[in-house]
Design a protein around this ligand. Structure first.
Ligand SMILES: Cc1cc2nc3c(=O)[nH]c(=O)nc-3n(C[C@H](O)[C@H](O)[C@H](O)COP(=O)(O)OP(=O)(O)OC[C@H]3O[C@@H](n4cnc5c(N)ncnc54)[C@H](O)[C@@H]3O)c2cc1C
Length: 444
């Protein structure tokens, strides 16, 4: 039984490892050359927030502890006011609940190193899938050396990311497969900057936090790296006063940072160089259905559900895909048709939910985190989490309750939010027991 996996990014490589651990013959093909032999390009040294759902999937492959050693815990959001005032907003009222900053390249490399150790797993780099014969599990590849190849397998799984060639093959069969597809771009993009380590090799700003400079219609965030640096990401509209297209000279960028990000400026010595050279990335949600065809071909990860990054869940959701797929292999064995159908039906409404939540969080992070009513609600959530072990805020339901599907976390979390906001709008100090009773009355 041969499984062909297309795309050796985060989800594809983890899936390849799990399928190899189960004894399948696995072929993993990647468009890029081997990243272990290359320097990460400037502006691409992205780090990601890894949390419980992703860790659970890594644990299944026996890699959780190894990866955690390369992570930096982030206990909350460090909010930077325009005047430079700092406020830490914890992610949870429970000390053991936090998220982790991990290097995307470092994580991918750890996965590739692990994958390489299996005799039944073949890795090919610099081999781009061009199209898939979905019905016959056969895929065509264009190699970087100019040659082409056709690979025959028993099943093909596309984990080839947001621009997926496998998804495009599904799209070419739109009417036959009744293939639905939607993409929704934000009118904002992102650009990466960098805060280097301090002169003594330490951190210039608080190490164990995700830093946010919320400014209403735009924001900047920073996540720590192991070497003392921070990867900074500006999320700005394309147009308008704060737009990437408007901030088009060194002078304008400098003046803008002096006005809106003054406390960060001394830590950004390469700002003008980074701003000029690093590209503006697009942000959007992609939803589609079905994810499988003929019980022979399937997509997962960003290929099936790319989402905006504001809940820090894209990779976590993609790793969760792998965990759920793996659990289904345990149940259905190699009845691929049943397995693929069960998988897509278990996952699609949940990844749609996290896509919607991530857009909500876009507005929350850039605007509401500085709003007094939101701060009051967040304080109440912390008190409830500290007092009642069974209470989880919406953020905690999504991030720390990995056994709860995203769609249920969204439904319960939104109902709780509505209730808590109504309580916080009143002047009196809320009675925690009475708030908990009202929360307990909310049912899914
Ligand atoms: C700015 C930003 C910040 C983010 N922050 C977070 C975060 O904090 N937490 C989080 O959980 N998620 C985050 N994400 C989302 C996360 O990066 C993705 O969800 C995750 O990388 C998806 O993994 P994947 O394996 O499905 O796709 P990818 O990691 O994109 O891997 C796809 C792989 O397929 C390869 N490929 C592409 N086309 C072909 C082809 N034709 N043939 C062969 N190979 C191909 C690619 O080269 C790549 O190696 C962020 C995303 C962005 C853009």
């Amino acid at each position: 039984m041969k499984i062909l996996i297309i795309g050796a990014g985060l989800s594809g490589t983890l899936l390849a490892i799990r399928m190899a651990q189960r004894g399948f013959q696995v072929e993993l093909r990647e468009k890029r050359s081997d990243m272990r032999q290359e320097e990460v390009a400037a502006g691409r040294s992205i780090n990601l927030a890894l949390s419980n759902r992703g860790l659970k999937a890594l644990d299944q492959a026996g890699m959780k502890e190894e990866i955690l050693e390369t992570c930096i815990p982030m206990y909350g959001r460090m909010i930077h006011g325009v005047d430079g005032a700092l406020r830490m907003s914890k992610y949870s009222g429970r000390a053991e609940e936090y998220i982790n900053s991990v290097s995307r390249a470092g994580l991918n490399i750890s996965l590739l190193n692990k994958a390489e150790g299996f005799e039944n797993l073949q890795l090919h780099f610099a081999s781009a899938c061009t199209d898939v014969d979905l019905e016959n599990a056969r895929a065509n590849f264009q190699n970087a050396d100019g040659t082409t190849e056709t690979v025959q397998a028993d099943i093909v799984i596309g984990s080839d990311g947001v621009g997926s060639a496998v998804r495009q093959s599904l799209m070419r069969n739109t009417t036959k497969l009744l293939f639905n597809y939607s993409q929704e771009f934000l009118r904002s993009g992102y650009k990466e900057l960098s805060i280097p380590p301090a002169a003594d090799g330490g951190y210039r700003i608080e190490k164990n936090a995700l830093h946010i400079w919320p400014r209403g219609k735009f924001m900047m965030i920073a996540l720590p790296n192991l070497d003392g640096s921070f990867t900074v990401t500006m999320f700005h509209p394309y147009e308008g006063e704060s737009g990437f297209n408007t901030l088009d000279t060194d002078q304008k960028v400098q003046a803008f940072f002096e006005e809106y990000y003054a406390d960060a400026l001394p830590h950004l010595p390469t700002l003008l160089h980074d701003y000029r050279h690093n590209h503006v990335g697009v942000l959007g949600n992609i939803k589609c259905y079905p994810w499988q065809a003929y019980g022979k071909s399937l997509i997962l990860g960003d290929a099936a559900h790319a989402i905006v990054p504001f809940y820090g869940q894209g990779m976590n959701a993609s790793f969760e895909d792998v965990r759920v797929f793996d659990d289904l292999v345990e149940v259905h064995g190699t009845d691929w048709k049943l397995l693929f159908q069960t998988f897509q039906d278990a996952r699609a409404h949940n990844t749609n939910a996290i896509a919607d939540l991530a857009v909500d969080n876009f507005y929350e992070m850039q605007d509401k985190v500085a709003d007094p009513l939101f701060i009051k609600k967040r304080t109440l959530e912390m008190q409830l989490e500290q007092t009642y072990p069974d209470y989880y805020s919406k953020y905690s339901l999504v991030t720390f309750k990995e056994e709860l599907p995203y769609a249920q976390a969204m439904e319960l979390g939104r109902k709780q939010d509505e209730l808590l906001l109504a309580i916080c709008k009143k002047d009196e100090v809320p009675n925690l027991d009475s708030v908990m009773q009202q929360i307990a009355a909310i049912s899914l």
